[in-house]
Design a protein. Structure first.
Length: 532
């Protein structure tokens, strides 16, 4: 974290006075979206401190002592450097297509007949043609702008193409993943009011088993399906089933102009697993995703000569953010076969230069002798540029092992679905261990310690105050009752993980009485028909 300058009290006072004076008499308008007037006092900090910078200015939001990335202390990054016109995922693809049109983009080893062979590639230009066809096909079937589109299959080129089509025609993509189980899939479809679902034959049978319980679904598109063997949907529910190829051909024959989204429009709803209860949807805009990836891209650069293997679930924000960054830099993305047990074979065939991982994979590399040796030779032949780890912390011994074994850059980061992924990441060349790097330059105004409130509860006064403020939450979920507790969530009382996430089962047990009291109070105040 930031280190304080050695300075006399008079120096510190003068610096504060200069900062206040600069805000009272600004010489230039603040950079758009920064909320900060640029002046020398902040610039002094950018070159002498390590990971973060404590801003001496008071922001227009009223905050002092805000921490920001040392890479960009004077403004928050919201766009890619050099391409400020890219504000949406659609803009990002258009830029990549115009810049890398003839370069390899999406590759797979699984051929049309189902056989596994060498990687075959689609160029950026070919993917552009397909995304237009899929988007036009959805319009051909009467799917309106803003509709939620579910993706119910694992990583493969069609997943990315459909996602690009959603961005180009202002649809909202909603990943569905089978590991949650059929009940969770059914819940997400109804919760997000998904009208179109792209699936594969294996997941189609699951969908049809409870299709009558998803009245919002109008169209199911089967990727890799055979037109002659498509099972009919129950005639009484009005759901149409067709193959990806049929939709592609219909769109190609009836091309439609793009419906470009705005940065503030919703791009995707990314559901987390919901440690307790039902899955929770994080509503992310185009601007959220572009800003997050643009900020994190200051720390590591990719090139059109790079090759990446996609095997981490596209339903998770980690892999989604990777895809946005790789697209921007023209990287070739090869997909695994769909079987983690065959991942080493895919690595040997693809020879990636960039590898994103999670501790479950990297720990296995260290602990399994045969696997470790084989992956070492694969990495050596691939001349890998970087391994990026996320999801949870790497132990120091695993980090050291990876650096010795692979060379190149081994980077670790931290993020959340709700923040569009990256909150912090290690810088290129950082060889230290046991931390998750510097703040993402797109994050900053919230990276300060804040005293939120001290409340002496007077129930009637609190109710009146809450009513006057109105509902401030956005999204699908609204709390019907709130209990204020004096004791904080800490590592010591067992309510937080080492990465400062709430341990939901432990918290539920810890506050069992308070939760029970809230439900009891609601039963007294609500009518019998209302449910929490």
């Amino acid at each position: 974290m930031a280190r304080e300058h050695e300075q006399s009290p008079m120096d510190a006072a003068q610096r504060r006075l200069r900062a206040v004076s600069a805000h009272l008499h600004p010489s230039a308008p603040a950079a758009e979206g920064s909320g900060l007037v640029a002046n020398p006092t902040a610039g002094e900090y950018a070159h002498v401190q390590g990971y973060s910078v404590v801003l001496p200015e008071k922001l227009h939001t009223g905050k002092w002592n805000v921490y920001r990335s040392a890479q960009s202390p004077l403004r928050l990054i919201s766009r890619f450097p050099g391409t400020p016109d890219i504000g949406t995922l659609h803009d990002n693809f258009v830029y990549a297509f115009e810049t890398f049109g003839d370069c390899r983009y999406l590759g797979t080893r699984i051929h049309a007949d189902g056989a596994v062979g060498e990687y075959k590639w689609m160029t950026y230009g070919e993917v552009s043609t397909s995304r237009s066809a899929i988007g036009s096909g959805l319009i051909y079937h009467g799917i309106l702008e803003g509709v939620r589109v579910g993706l119910y299959f694992i990583n493969r080129p069609e997943w990315i193409i459909v996602d690009h089509a959603c961005a180009a025609y202002s649809y909202v993509s909603v990943p569905l993943y089978d590991t949650l189980g059929p009940d969770a899939v059914q819940f997400i479809v109804n919760h997000a009011m998904i009208e179109v679902i792209f699936c594969v034959p294996q997941t189609l049978s699951t969908l049809l088993s409870f299709i009558t319980h998803m009245p919002c679904v109008q169209l199911i598109v089967v990727v890799g399906g055979d037109d002659a063997n498509m099972p009919p949907a129950p005639a009484t529910i009005g759901v149409q089933i067709l193959t990806y190829t049929q939709l592609h051909n219909e769109g190609k024959m009836s091309p439609q102009p793009f419906r470009p989204p705005k940065p503030e429009d919703v791009a995707t709803i990314c559901y987390t697993s919901g440690t307790t209860g039902t899955p929770k949807g994080a509503v992310l805009s185009h601007g959220n995703l572009i800003a997050n990836v643009a900020g994190s891209s200051l720390g590591i650069k990719f090139y059109p000569t790079d090759v990446y293997i996609s095997y981490l679930p596209l339903a998770h924000i980690y892999e989604r953010a990777n895809q946005i960054a790789l697209l921007h830099y023209g990287v070739a993305i090869g997909f695994y076969q769909g079987d983690n047990l065959k991942l080493m074979d895919d690595l040997a065939a693809l020879r990636p230069t960039v590898f994103a991982s999670v501790p479950r994979i990297t720990n296995a590399v260290k602990e399994s002798g045969g696997l470790k040796e084989r992956l070492f030779h694969t990495a050596y032949n691939a001349k890998r540029q970087a391994i990026i780890n996320g999801a949870s912390p790497l132990s120091p011994d695993v980090m050291e092992f990876l650096r010795i074994c692979f060379g190149g850059e081994i980077l670790e980061g931290y993020g959340m679905t709700e923040t569009s992924c990256v909150i912090s990441t290690m810088d290129i060349g950082d060889r230290s261990i046991g931390h998750v790097g510097s703040p993402n330059p797109s994050c900053g105004d919230s990276l300060n310690s804040s005293l939120v409130a001290i409340v002496a509860v007077e129930p009637e006064v609190l109710k009146a105050w809450a009513a006057s403020e109105g509902i401030q939450l956005r999204g699908f979920e609204f709390a019907k009752a709130v209990t204020l507790v004096a004791e904080p969530f800490t590592l010591e009382n067992g309510l937080l993980t080492p990465t400062f996430k709430v341990k939901r089962p432990q918290a539920k047990a810890y506050f069992a009485k308070e939760i029970s009291d809230m439900y009891a109070q609601l039963q007294k105040t609500e009518s019998p028909r209302q449910k929490l």
